[in-house]
Design a protein. Sequence first.
Length: 213
Amino acid sequence: MTDRVTLLIADDHPVVRDGLRGMFAGDPGFEVLAEAGDGAEAVALAERLDPDVVLMDLRMPRMDGLTAIGEIAARGLRCRVLVLTTYDTDGDVLPAVKAGATGYLLKDTAREDLFRAVRSAARGESVLSPAVATRLLGQVRTPEAEPLSPRELEVLALVAAGSTNREAAVRLFISEATVKTHLLHVYAKLDVKDRASAVAAAYRRGLLPLAGE
């Protein structure tokens, strides 16, 4: 790696890409080699251009950022992947780190902090935003909860959409008593006491998709 850090920016929003390119263009220590609008394009450009760092968004069309991170790792490319996203749920952070991301930052990161993070990532150093670091530490300190079963997730998704126990039972072709049993298991696994808390916990942990996703 030379003193100048070469970058590939992967984000499906042109305004975000333009902003990042302009930001890094103002510092002689960086060179933006290209931009990608989805994960598949990011993987192809990373393989062809060999950047030091890929700034990777997670939610993109065609191929998402998580899949792209895994593909970059599988191809043995030398570039480091630094996630830059608005999402910091367990369902986003942990899979990205496990897939091979060197760092994970949120899009509200200050300019100078982002510059330092990119330089650190280029050196192979792990970089985490404070909120993400706190979340990961919490995972280490707290025993991993038993995952919800596919049926429990189905019941919880219907509850989140406003269904009553009776309506959920009809939709899933099971008895109302079985729905109640599944909900009790959900409460225990999420360590909550009621339906509203279960739904809130599920969104917080990334178990249910947010509206519009």
